[in-house]
Design a protein around this ligand. Structure first.
Ligand SMILES: [Zn+2]
Length: 104
């Protein structure tokens, strides 16, 4: 049930509010695949699966159903990145990093 149309790879790593709030709980993580629970209105299940140039994503929230690329997915991307999961993915100029800097 991954979205066939996939993310273009990390074009921006935006939407970090959820990440800052630590709403993401990583349930399973590897270099290729991440499963997480993200707390929002409800708890949504997010899955990421890294391909060679794209990332397959899936979230159980209604927004993902209609539009895809919801904030839960972004939050999970950022959380996975911080933990070093999905290793070969993001460039290190992620939103998470700039958030740390602006706080200092
Ligand atoms: Zn979602």
């Amino acid at each position: 049930m991954f979205s066939p149309e996939s993310f273009p790879r990390w074009s921006g790593c935006g939407g970090s509010a959820y990440f800052r709030g630590r709403a993401v709980k990583i349930d399973l993580a590897s270099a290729r695949e991440v499963h997480a629970s993200v707390r929002g209105t409800e708890v949504y299940a997010v899955m990421l699966r890294a391909g060679r140039t794209t990332l397959g994503v899936y979230c159980t929230c209604p927004y993902f159903d209609s539009s895809g690329r919801c904030k839960h997915v972004w939050a999970t991307l950022l959380a996975a990145e911080e933990r070093g999961n999905l290793a070969a993915s993001c460039t290190r100029t992620s939103a998470a990093e700039s958030t740390e800097r602006s706080r200092a």
